[in-house]
Design a protein around this ligand. Structure first.
Ligand code: BDP
Length: 618
């Protein structure tokens, strides 16, 4: 799926701003067909944003079910004869979209874009002002990823209609239109999709010889001259209803450095697929921390589209993750799209602050735990040279009370279908981002259950069918002995909280338990291992000597115990601290206004551990 861009033949109208909003307190709006007429008794609401923290009433904040959004828009006369598309960056989680009272789209899944062609409707309409209505439901059940369940309780001690949304994941179920809504045009015949894959020839990784174990060893690799290549082949596939005339590659100075006008063309269902290969001599590679972005410009009879891309190679071995032939050690975080007031709403200022902090601390990577982040976020990662493990929202497929998740009446065929659809959507959205070096198909699923085996075989296989250029991982909570699915993965990611959720505060157990377990994973699967989460809740400004749990001193000592051990294990290829920032969760006995494992506060200021990590990583 292509991102909406503006150029001489395409225009974009961004509908961000204040919309009309109405809480469907009794969830009757669908039955009463609220979409048929302008919303009554509405309140103003910001888009993009989560609505939860903008309201003052806890019933609204915690509402389970529908809310309604409405916005008027105008199609200018100058758009006559153009194709018109309505596009949502994301809407969480189920969106029913109506234009002038008629349903035009439905999308399930709160973290990915969807769009609908409204050309014919606009051409037939005599209205000057159009009404866009969105009925949005935040209900999560076992057919959704993330999974959830609405719990109702009756009888003694519970008021009538008592119910709440149960979730099995540790972030607040923020809801709303989280990313921009845009209306864009293309010519009537247009480029539908572009896939760019690159292959380098004559790669010189310029990698200094020597052992690779400690952070200092890896730093030597980082400091060496950047990898180079003699040439690169840029393979381009274009799906288009327009006839493609030329494909060219521009470098960062906007000079055209390669061009092709001859294509292999096949036709299916009225859509033409064009394939071309362009050769670049002495390309500048996309490297972590040293990004270089080329632009692919596709010119058709009527349409034009430009997509940025990077040239880089990825490979995994038994104990290495190679980017451009050079061992890469993941330093960084699991994160969330989360902030005060905005919730999960796109905030460009916040994203810029985040990337500056990541660079300041010396992080070279992050995981989009636990769902795909905004397209704008991914573009920044490409530009800033941050390496991304791109995760789908398959979180909450684990139970702590021993009940079966897979193969029972919880995760079911419909969940699998939605999971597979989501893999396809995330692939289609993110396939051309050089920053994306690996897909994560789930976080902390019950992979010790028999039922998880056929489920994840299909999930992992599908991800590999979609993309054979990137490794696939999933993030584990299950132990190596119990795990039944990692034979299909390329890299093992494990989350561990020794001395926090187990043996609380006993830092002395960390090194021993970590080594024993990580060795077990490596011996069983012979694949490189990343500790994808480790961390301790820390109250900013809380200090004690000697350190006790929840103090800033404790967080430093805690992380340090892990680091000492990482530096002794050759097959460990990365450390992602949990978490980048404090973030909001549902209310719970061990959550005082959210999860406090952040190395930065929710307001993006450093705790003591940030300086410690900076020393280690920089
Ligand atoms: C892990 C989850 C993560 C949580 C973290 C924690 O992957 O989402 O926030 O634990 O408990 O199990 O802090």
């Amino acid at each position: 799926m292509l991102y909406p861009i503006e150029n001489k033949v395409r225009e974009v109208k961004n509908l961000s701003g204040i919309w009309k909003f109405k809480l469907d307190e009794k969830n009757v709006g669908m039955e009463e067909k609220w979409f048929e007429a302008p919303l009554e008794d509405w309140i103003p609401m910001a888009v993009p944003a989560s609505y939860n923290d903008l309201l003052t009433d806890s019933n609204c904040k915690e509402h389970v079910g529908y809310v309604w959004y409405e916005k008027e828009f105008i199609i200018p006369n100058s758009w006559d004869g153009k194709r018109i598309v309505l596009r949502f960056g994301s809407a969480t989680h189920h969106a029913y979209v109506y234009v002038d009272g008629k349903q035009v789209a439905y999308h399930k899944g709160g973290f990915l874009p969807f769009e609908v062609d409204i050309t014919e409707m606009m051409e037939k309409s005599t209205l000057e002002n159009h009404r866009l209505t969105v009925a949005l439901s935040n209900v999560l059940d076992w057919t959704c990823i993330p999974c959830g369940e609405v719990i109702s309780k009756e009888g003694d001690g519970y008021p009538d209609g008592f119910h709440f949304q149960e979730t099995y994941f540790d972030f607040y179920n923020y809801s709303g239109i989280h990313r921009p809504v845009k209306i864009y045009t293309t010519p009537k015949t247009y480029m539908e999709d572009i896939v760019i894959q690159t292959k380098v020839e004559g790669l010189n990784s310029n990698c200094p010889e020597g052992r690779l174990l400690t952070m200092e060893d890896y730093k030597k690799v980082e400091r060496a001259t950047l990898p180079t290549a003699d040439s690169a082949v840029v393979k381009v596939k274009i799906q288009s209803t327009d006839s493609v005339k030329a494909v060219m590659v521009l470098d960062e100075t906007e000079a055209v450095i390669a061009m092709e006008t001859c294509f292999r063309c096949t036709e299916t269902d009225g859509k033409r697929n064009y394939e071309a290969e362009l050769k670049l001599e002495n390309p500048t590679l996309w490297n972590p921390g040293a990004a270089y972005l080329y632009t692919l410009r596709v010119e058709g009879e009527s349409d034009v589209y430009s997509e940025t891309f990077g040239i880089r190679e990825i490979e995994t071995t038994e104990n290495r993750f190679l980017i451009n032939g050079r061992p890469f050690y993941f330093k960084g975080f699991g994160r969330h799209e989360d902030s005060e007031i905005h919730g999960k709403g796109l905030d460009d200022a916040l994203n810029i602050r985040d990337f500056n902090l990541l660079k300041w601390i010396g992080a070279n990577s992050f995981r989009t735990s636990h769902y795909p982040y905004s397209e704008e976020h991914m573009m920044l990662a490409d530009r800033e040279g941050l390496v991304v493990i791109d995760e789908v929202p398959a979180v909450g497929m684990c139970f702590w009370d021993g009940q079966q998740v897979f193969g029972g009446n919880r995760v079911n065929e419909e969940t699998l279908k939605h999971h597979l659809d989501t893999l396809q959507e995330v692939y289609e959205r993110d396939k051309n981002h050089p920053s994306v070096v690996m897909w994560s198909v789930a976080n902390e699923a019950a992979t010790h259950e028999e039922g998880a085996v056929p489920y994840f075989e299909k999930v992992i296989q599908r991800m590999k069918e979609l993309d054979d250029t990137r490794p696939v991982t999933m993030v584990h909570t299950t132990g190596a002995d119990g795990d039944k699915v990692s034979q299909w993965l390329d890299v093992i990611c494990v989350n561990r909280y020794y001395a926090w959720y187990t043996d609380h505060s006993h830092l002395e157990v960390i090194g021993l338990q970590l080594e024993k377990e990580m060795r077990r994973w490596h011996e069983k699967y012979h694949k490189p291992v990343i500790l994808s989460e480790y961390g301790a809740d820390t109250i900013a400004g809380y200090h004690k000597l000697p350190a006790v749990a929840f103090t800033e001193e404790f967080q430093c000592e805690y992380l340090n115990e892990f680091h000492k051990k990482f530096d002794q294990l050759d097959f460990m290829i990365g450390e992602h601290v949990w978490a980048y920032c404090d973030f909001q969760t549902k209310q719970g006995l061990n959550r005082v206004d959210g999860n406090k494992k952040g190395v930065f506060t929710r307001n993006r200021q450093p705790k003591m551990a940030a300086y410690e990590l900076r020393k280690r990583w920089k």
